[in-house]
Design a protein around this ligand. Structure first.
Ligand SMILES: *Cc1c(COP(=O)(O)O)cnc(C)c1O
Length: 406
Protein backbone atom coordinates (compact mmCIF):
# COMPACT_ATOMS: atom_id res chain seq x y z
CA UNK A 1 0.00 0.00 0.00
CA UNK A 2 1.39 3.42 -0.82
CA UNK A 3 0.69 6.09 1.77
CA UNK A 4 -1.05 9.43 1.33
CA UNK A 5 1.82 11.56 2.60
CA UNK A 6 -0.08 14.87 2.29
CA UNK A 7 -2.84 13.48 4.52
CA UNK A 8 -0.24 12.20 6.97
CA UNK A 9 1.53 15.58 7.06
CA UNK A 10 -1.73 17.32 7.89
CA UNK A 11 -1.77 15.37 11.16
CA UNK A 12 1.47 17.13 12.21
CA UNK A 13 0.75 20.85 12.71
CA UNK A 14 4.43 21.56 13.42
CA UNK A 15 5.36 20.61 9.85
CA UNK A 16 3.60 23.66 8.48
CA UNK A 17 5.56 26.14 10.59
CA UNK A 18 8.28 28.30 9.13
CA UNK A 19 11.86 28.82 10.28
CA UNK A 20 13.65 32.04 9.29
CA UNK A 21 10.75 32.76 6.95
CA UNK A 22 11.17 29.51 5.06
CA UNK A 23 9.13 26.31 5.21
CA UNK A 24 10.52 23.85 7.74
CA UNK A 25 12.24 20.79 6.28
CA UNK A 26 12.60 18.50 9.27
CA UNK A 27 15.28 15.87 8.67
CA UNK A 28 16.39 15.22 12.25
CA UNK A 29 14.03 12.35 12.96
CA UNK A 30 16.71 10.02 14.28
CA UNK A 31 17.16 12.46 17.17
CA UNK A 32 13.44 12.97 17.80
CA UNK A 33 10.45 12.56 15.53
CA UNK A 34 7.46 14.89 15.54
CA UNK A 35 4.19 13.84 17.20
CA UNK A 36 0.83 13.71 15.42
CA UNK A 37 -2.15 15.67 16.70
CA UNK A 38 -3.68 12.59 18.31
CA UNK A 39 -0.67 12.30 20.65
CA UNK A 40 -0.96 15.97 21.60
CA UNK A 41 -4.70 15.44 22.12
CA UNK A 42 -4.08 12.41 24.34
CA UNK A 43 -1.79 14.49 26.55
CA UNK A 44 -4.30 17.34 26.70
CA UNK A 45 -7.14 14.93 27.43
CA UNK A 46 -5.24 13.37 30.33
CA UNK A 47 -4.42 16.77 31.82
CA UNK A 48 -7.96 18.04 31.41
CA UNK A 49 -9.94 14.96 32.45
CA UNK A 50 -7.94 12.38 34.37
CA UNK A 51 -4.79 13.68 36.01
CA UNK A 52 -4.42 11.60 39.14
CA UNK A 53 -1.78 9.29 40.53
CA UNK A 54 -2.01 5.74 39.23
CA UNK A 55 -2.38 2.30 40.87
CA UNK A 56 -2.99 3.68 44.36
CA UNK A 57 -6.06 5.86 44.41
CA UNK A 58 -9.44 4.43 45.10
CA UNK A 59 -11.31 7.06 43.11
CA UNK A 60 -12.52 7.37 39.55
CA UNK A 61 -9.82 9.73 38.23
CA UNK A 62 -7.10 7.44 39.53
CA UNK A 63 -8.75 4.42 37.95
CA UNK A 64 -9.02 6.21 34.61
CA UNK A 65 -5.42 7.41 34.75
CA UNK A 66 -4.33 3.85 35.57
CA UNK A 67 -6.35 2.38 32.71
CA UNK A 68 -4.89 4.91 30.26
CA UNK A 69 -1.33 4.15 31.38
CA UNK A 70 -1.87 0.40 31.23
CA UNK A 71 -3.35 0.77 27.73
CA UNK A 72 0.00 2.35 26.81
CA UNK A 73 1.77 -0.72 28.17
CA UNK A 74 -0.42 -3.07 26.12
CA UNK A 75 0.21 -0.94 23.00
CA UNK A 76 3.98 -1.05 23.62
CA UNK A 77 3.84 -4.83 23.96
CA UNK A 78 1.96 -5.06 20.65
CA UNK A 79 4.43 -2.74 18.87
CA UNK A 80 7.37 -5.07 19.55
CA UNK A 81 5.35 -8.30 19.81
CA UNK A 82 6.24 -8.95 23.44
CA UNK A 83 4.55 -12.10 24.80
CA UNK A 84 2.90 -10.19 27.64
CA UNK A 85 2.35 -6.73 29.08
CA UNK A 86 4.12 -7.81 32.30
CA UNK A 87 7.41 -7.82 30.39
CA UNK A 88 7.06 -4.12 29.46
CA UNK A 89 8.81 -1.81 31.92
CA UNK A 90 8.29 1.91 31.51
CA UNK A 91 11.46 3.97 31.78
CA UNK A 92 12.41 7.54 30.87
CA UNK A 93 13.76 6.29 27.55
CA UNK A 94 16.33 4.01 25.94
CA UNK A 95 19.08 5.46 28.11
CA UNK A 96 17.37 4.62 31.37
CA UNK A 97 16.33 1.21 30.03
CA UNK A 98 19.96 0.30 29.28
CA UNK A 99 21.10 1.68 32.63
CA UNK A 100 18.45 -0.49 34.29
CA UNK A 101 19.83 -3.59 32.57
CA UNK A 102 23.45 -2.80 33.45
CA UNK A 103 22.63 -1.85 37.06
CA UNK A 104 20.47 -4.89 37.82
CA UNK A 105 21.99 -7.77 35.87
CA UNK A 106 25.37 -6.19 36.57
CA UNK A 107 24.99 -7.01 40.28
CA UNK A 108 25.44 -10.66 39.40
CA UNK A 109 28.70 -10.03 37.52
CA UNK A 110 32.21 -10.18 38.94
CA UNK A 111 35.69 -9.11 37.92
CA UNK A 112 36.75 -10.81 34.70
CA UNK A 113 33.21 -11.42 33.43
CA UNK A 114 32.85 -10.07 29.91
CA UNK A 115 30.26 -7.81 28.26
CA UNK A 116 30.36 -7.50 24.47
CA UNK A 117 29.20 -4.32 22.72
CA UNK A 118 29.87 -3.10 19.18
CA UNK A 119 32.00 -0.35 17.66
CA UNK A 120 28.89 1.56 16.55
CA UNK A 121 27.15 1.97 19.90
CA UNK A 122 25.47 5.12 21.18
CA UNK A 123 26.99 6.40 24.43
CA UNK A 124 23.93 5.08 26.25
CA UNK A 125 25.01 1.53 25.42
CA UNK A 126 28.64 2.21 26.35
CA UNK A 127 28.71 4.33 29.49
CA UNK A 128 26.44 2.12 31.68
CA UNK A 129 28.79 -0.82 31.00
CA UNK A 130 31.80 1.39 31.63
CA UNK A 131 30.35 2.41 35.00
CA UNK A 132 29.83 -1.26 35.78
CA UNK A 133 33.41 -2.09 34.86
CA UNK A 134 34.62 0.65 37.24
CA UNK A 135 32.41 -0.77 39.97
CA UNK A 136 33.13 -4.48 39.71
CA UNK A 137 35.88 -5.05 37.17
CA UNK A 138 33.91 -6.53 34.28
CA UNK A 139 35.74 -6.47 30.94
CA UNK A 140 34.19 -4.75 27.89
CA UNK A 141 34.88 -6.32 24.49
CA UNK A 142 34.11 -4.47 21.28
CA UNK A 143 32.91 -6.05 18.02
CA UNK A 144 34.81 -4.28 15.21
CA UNK A 145 33.32 -3.10 11.90
CA UNK A 146 34.06 -4.00 8.32
CA UNK A 147 34.94 -1.13 5.95
CA UNK A 148 31.31 -0.82 4.75
CA UNK A 149 30.07 -0.14 8.28
CA UNK A 150 28.61 -3.55 9.01
CA UNK A 151 29.72 -5.58 12.00
CA UNK A 152 32.50 -8.13 11.60
CA UNK A 153 30.60 -11.25 12.60
CA UNK A 154 33.66 -13.50 12.42
CA UNK A 155 35.35 -11.24 14.95
CA UNK A 156 32.16 -11.35 17.03
CA UNK A 157 32.25 -15.16 17.04
CA UNK A 158 35.86 -15.05 18.24
CA UNK A 159 35.01 -12.62 21.08
CA UNK A 160 32.38 -14.94 22.51
CA UNK A 161 33.51 -17.38 25.21
CA UNK A 162 32.36 -18.94 28.45
CA UNK A 163 33.37 -15.66 30.13
CA UNK A 164 30.79 -13.71 28.08
CA UNK A 165 27.81 -12.80 30.29
CA UNK A 166 26.08 -10.22 28.14
CA UNK A 167 26.03 -9.02 24.54
CA UNK A 168 24.42 -5.60 24.08
CA UNK A 169 24.24 -4.08 20.61
CA UNK A 170 22.19 -1.60 18.65
CA UNK A 171 19.64 -2.98 16.20
CA UNK A 172 20.26 -0.03 13.87
CA UNK A 173 23.09 2.50 14.05
CA UNK A 174 22.03 6.12 14.58
CA UNK A 175 25.07 7.25 12.56
CA UNK A 176 25.65 4.69 9.83
CA UNK A 177 22.10 3.41 9.45
CA UNK A 178 23.49 -0.13 9.54
CA UNK A 179 20.89 -2.73 10.53
CA UNK A 180 22.59 -5.45 12.52
CA UNK A 181 21.56 -9.12 12.22
CA UNK A 182 20.39 -9.28 15.83
CA UNK A 183 18.53 -12.58 15.50
CA UNK A 184 21.67 -14.37 14.34
CA UNK A 185 23.77 -12.53 16.93
CA UNK A 186 21.35 -13.46 19.73
CA UNK A 187 21.59 -17.13 18.82
CA UNK A 188 25.39 -16.92 18.90
CA UNK A 189 25.32 -15.23 22.33
CA UNK A 190 22.90 -17.79 23.75
CA UNK A 191 25.12 -20.62 22.55
CA UNK A 192 27.82 -19.52 25.02
CA UNK A 193 25.25 -18.90 27.76
CA UNK A 194 25.27 -15.09 27.51
CA UNK A 195 22.25 -12.81 27.63
CA UNK A 196 21.42 -10.64 24.61
CA UNK A 197 20.23 -7.03 24.86
CA UNK A 198 19.10 -4.90 21.91
CA UNK A 199 19.23 -1.10 21.77
CA UNK A 200 16.18 -0.63 19.55
CA UNK A 201 16.09 3.18 19.64
CA UNK A 202 16.70 3.45 15.88
CA UNK A 203 14.93 0.31 14.69
CA UNK A 204 11.58 0.61 16.49
CA UNK A 205 10.56 3.73 14.50
CA UNK A 206 11.47 2.17 11.14
CA UNK A 207 10.92 -1.58 11.19
CA UNK A 208 8.48 -4.26 12.32
CA UNK A 209 9.94 -5.43 15.62
CA UNK A 210 9.36 -8.92 16.95
CA UNK A 211 11.27 -9.56 20.17
CA UNK A 212 10.12 -13.19 20.16
CA UNK A 213 11.52 -13.77 16.70
CA UNK A 214 14.80 -12.02 17.58
CA UNK A 215 14.77 -14.12 20.76
CA UNK A 216 16.48 -11.32 22.72
CA UNK A 217 16.48 -11.10 26.51
CA UNK A 218 16.13 -7.30 26.61
CA UNK A 219 14.98 -4.70 24.09
CA UNK A 220 15.00 -0.93 24.71
CA UNK A 221 13.44 1.98 22.83
CA UNK A 222 12.27 5.59 23.29
CA UNK A 223 8.76 6.90 22.63
CA UNK A 224 9.94 10.29 21.36
CA UNK A 225 11.59 8.69 18.33
CA UNK A 226 8.41 6.75 17.45
CA UNK A 227 5.99 9.69 17.08
CA UNK A 228 5.28 9.66 20.81
CA UNK A 229 5.81 12.04 23.72
CA UNK A 230 9.15 12.70 25.40
CA UNK A 231 10.04 11.40 28.83
CA UNK A 232 8.89 7.83 28.35
CA UNK A 233 10.52 4.72 26.99
CA UNK A 234 10.35 0.98 27.27
CA UNK A 235 12.48 -1.88 28.41
CA UNK A 236 11.21 -5.27 27.34
CA UNK A 237 12.69 -8.11 29.38
CA UNK A 238 12.15 -11.85 29.23
CA UNK A 239 9.85 -12.81 32.11
CA UNK A 240 12.06 -15.50 33.69
CA UNK A 241 15.00 -13.09 33.78
CA UNK A 242 13.04 -10.09 35.08
CA UNK A 243 11.65 -12.21 37.88
CA UNK A 244 15.17 -13.12 39.03
CA UNK A 245 16.74 -9.66 38.76
CA UNK A 246 17.02 -7.39 41.79
CA UNK A 247 15.05 -4.09 41.68
CA UNK A 248 16.57 -1.04 40.01
CA UNK A 249 15.52 1.94 42.14
CA UNK A 250 13.72 1.84 45.47
CA UNK A 251 10.58 3.75 46.36
CA UNK A 252 6.85 3.60 46.12
CA UNK A 253 5.09 1.31 43.66
CA UNK A 254 7.94 -1.24 43.43
CA UNK A 255 7.32 -2.94 46.77
CA UNK A 256 5.08 -5.74 48.00
CA UNK A 257 5.19 -4.54 51.59
CA UNK A 258 7.62 -2.46 53.64
CA UNK A 259 8.22 -2.97 57.34
CA UNK A 260 11.40 -2.25 59.26
CA UNK A 261 13.46 -5.32 58.69
CA UNK A 262 11.13 -6.90 56.15
CA UNK A 263 10.69 -5.63 52.58
CA UNK A 264 9.32 -7.57 49.63
CA UNK A 265 9.17 -6.57 45.98
CA UNK A 266 6.17 -6.07 43.75
CA UNK A 267 5.60 -8.42 40.82
CA UNK A 268 7.00 -7.49 37.40
CA UNK A 269 6.83 -5.00 35.78
CA UNK A 270 6.15 -2.83 38.85
CA UNK A 271 9.25 -4.10 40.66
CA UNK A 272 11.24 -1.94 38.23
CA UNK A 273 9.00 1.14 38.27
CA UNK A 274 9.81 2.97 41.50
CA UNK A 275 7.94 6.20 42.16
CA UNK A 276 5.16 7.89 40.25
CA UNK A 277 5.63 6.98 36.60
CA UNK A 278 5.09 9.31 33.64
CA UNK A 279 1.55 8.00 33.43
CA UNK A 280 0.44 10.67 30.98
CA UNK A 281 3.40 9.98 28.71
CA UNK A 282 2.60 6.27 28.82
CA UNK A 283 -1.05 6.95 27.98
CA UNK A 284 -0.13 9.25 25.09
CA UNK A 285 2.31 6.67 23.74
CA UNK A 286 -0.71 4.47 23.02
CA UNK A 287 -1.87 7.16 20.57
CA UNK A 288 1.53 7.04 18.82
CA UNK A 289 1.24 3.26 18.45
CA UNK A 290 -2.27 3.77 17.12
CA UNK A 291 -0.84 6.16 14.47
CA UNK A 292 1.81 3.61 13.45
CA UNK A 293 -0.67 0.73 13.31
CA UNK A 294 -3.12 2.72 11.22
CA UNK A 295 -0.45 3.30 8.55
CA UNK A 296 1.23 -0.07 8.97
CA UNK A 297 4.89 -0.27 9.93
CA UNK A 298 5.75 -2.13 6.72
CA UNK A 299 4.33 0.79 4.70
CA UNK A 300 6.19 3.33 6.81
CA UNK A 301 9.43 1.40 6.34
CA UNK A 302 8.91 1.11 2.57
CA UNK A 303 8.29 4.85 2.21
CA UNK A 304 11.39 5.73 4.25
CA UNK A 305 13.57 3.26 2.35
CA UNK A 306 12.46 4.69 -0.96
CA UNK A 307 13.12 8.23 0.26
CA UNK A 308 16.56 7.34 1.62
CA UNK A 309 17.53 5.65 -1.66
CA UNK A 310 16.33 8.66 -3.63
CA UNK A 311 18.27 11.01 -1.36
CA UNK A 312 21.44 8.90 -1.56
CA UNK A 313 21.24 8.91 -5.34
CA UNK A 314 20.69 12.66 -5.60
CA UNK A 315 23.37 13.48 -3.07
CA UNK A 316 25.93 11.13 -4.62
CA UNK A 317 25.85 13.27 -7.74
CA UNK A 318 27.21 16.26 -5.79
CA UNK A 319 30.99 16.56 -6.23
CA UNK A 320 33.02 15.87 -3.08
CA UNK A 321 30.21 14.11 -1.23
CA UNK A 322 31.46 11.59 1.37
CA UNK A 323 29.05 9.07 2.88
CA UNK A 324 29.54 7.18 6.13
CA UNK A 325 27.76 3.84 6.24
CA UNK A 326 27.53 1.63 3.17
CA UNK A 327 26.26 -1.62 4.67
CA UNK A 328 23.79 -3.50 2.46
CA UNK A 329 21.07 -3.39 5.15
CA UNK A 330 20.41 0.19 6.26
CA UNK A 331 17.60 2.31 7.71
CA UNK A 332 16.71 5.87 6.67
CA UNK A 333 19.77 7.61 8.09
CA UNK A 334 22.33 9.33 5.86
CA UNK A 335 25.59 10.55 7.41
CA UNK A 336 27.77 12.67 5.18
CA UNK A 337 30.43 15.33 4.83
CA UNK A 338 30.97 17.73 1.95
CA UNK A 339 34.65 17.30 1.19
CA UNK A 340 36.58 18.40 4.26
CA UNK A 341 34.04 21.04 5.25
CA UNK A 342 33.27 21.07 8.96
CA UNK A 343 29.98 19.37 9.81
CA UNK A 344 29.02 22.26 12.06
CA UNK A 345 29.36 24.88 9.30
CA UNK A 346 27.30 22.73 6.94
CA UNK A 347 24.55 22.30 9.53
CA UNK A 348 24.53 26.02 10.31
CA UNK A 349 24.05 26.99 6.67
CA UNK A 350 21.37 24.35 6.10
CA UNK A 351 19.52 25.58 9.19
CA UNK A 352 19.43 29.12 7.79
CA UNK A 353 17.72 27.66 4.74
CA UNK A 354 15.06 26.01 6.89
CA UNK A 355 16.56 22.52 6.84
CA UNK A 356 16.98 20.80 10.20
CA UNK A 357 19.71 18.15 10.22
CA UNK A 358 21.93 16.84 12.99
CA UNK A 359 25.65 17.58 13.16
CA UNK A 360 28.36 16.32 15.48
CA UNK A 361 29.41 12.99 16.94
CA UNK A 362 25.81 11.82 17.46
CA UNK A 363 26.64 10.44 20.94
CA UNK A 364 28.95 7.90 19.31
CA UNK A 365 32.47 9.21 19.87
CA UNK A 366 34.18 5.81 19.77
CA UNK A 367 32.59 5.32 16.33
CA UNK A 368 33.92 8.73 15.23
CA UNK A 369 37.37 7.61 16.43
CA UNK A 370 37.05 4.44 14.35
CA UNK A 371 36.08 6.51 11.30
CA UNK A 372 38.89 9.01 12.10
CA UNK A 373 36.52 12.00 11.89
CA UNK A 374 35.12 14.42 14.45
CA UNK A 375 31.54 14.29 13.31
CA UNK A 376 29.15 14.10 10.41
CA UNK A 377 26.06 15.82 9.07
CA UNK A 378 23.09 13.49 9.38
CA UNK A 379 19.80 13.60 7.52
CA UNK A 380 17.21 11.14 8.82
CA UNK A 381 13.72 10.43 7.58
CA UNK A 382 10.27 9.76 8.98
CA UNK A 383 7.02 8.79 7.32
CA UNK A 384 5.98 12.42 6.72
CA UNK A 385 9.07 13.37 4.71
CA UNK A 386 8.75 13.87 0.95
CA UNK A 387 10.85 13.77 -2.21
CA UNK A 388 10.32 17.54 -2.44
CA UNK A 389 12.07 17.89 0.93
CA UNK A 390 14.95 15.75 -0.30
CA UNK A 391 15.14 18.00 -3.37
CA UNK A 392 15.29 21.02 -1.04
CA UNK A 393 18.15 19.42 0.87
CA UNK A 394 20.05 18.57 -2.30
CA UNK A 395 19.54 22.04 -3.78
CA UNK A 396 20.70 23.60 -0.51
CA UNK A 397 23.83 21.45 -0.39
CA UNK A 398 24.64 22.40 -3.99
CA UNK A 399 24.24 26.07 -3.09
CA UNK A 400 26.36 26.03 0.06
CA UNK A 401 29.10 23.65 -1.11
CA UNK A 402 31.10 26.39 -2.90
CA UNK A 403 30.85 28.59 0.21
CA UNK A 404 32.40 25.98 2.49
CA UNK A 405 36.07 25.66 3.31
CA UNK A 406 36.73 22.24 1.82
C1 LIG B 1 18.59 8.08 20.65
C2 LIG B 1 19.36 6.84 20.89
C3 LIG B 1 19.61 6.37 22.19
C4 LIG B 1 19.21 7.15 23.43
O1 LIG B 1 17.85 7.40 23.47
P1 LIG B 1 17.27 8.41 24.56
O2 LIG B 1 15.89 8.65 24.10
O3 LIG B 1 18.14 9.65 24.49
O4 LIG B 1 17.37 7.76 25.88
C5 LIG B 1 20.26 5.18 22.33
N1 LIG B 1 20.67 4.48 21.28
C6 LIG B 1 20.46 4.89 20.01
C7 LIG B 1 20.92 4.03 18.89
C8 LIG B 1 19.81 6.09 19.78
O5 LIG B 1 19.61 6.50 18.54
Amino acid sequence: MSLDIAAIRSQFPILSREVYGRPLVYLDNAASSQAPQRVVDAIAKAYTTAKANVHRGNHLLSHQATDAMEAGRVAAARLINAPSRDEIIFTRGTTEALNLVAATMGQGLKAGDEVVVSAMEHHSNIVPWHLLSQRNGIVIKVIPMLPDGSLDLDAYARLLSDRTRMVSVCHASNVLGTINPVKQMAAMAHKVGALFCVDGAQSTPHACIDVQDIDCDFFAFSSHKVYGPTGIGVLYGRRAILEQLPPYQGGGEMIGHVHWGDITWADIPYKFEAGTPDYIGAAAFAAAVDFVEELGMANIAAHEQQLAEYARGQMAAIPGMRFFGNAPERCGVISFLIGNAHHYDTGLLLDKMGIAVRTGHHCAQPLMDALAIEGTVRASFAVYNTEAEVDALVAAIRRIAPLLDR
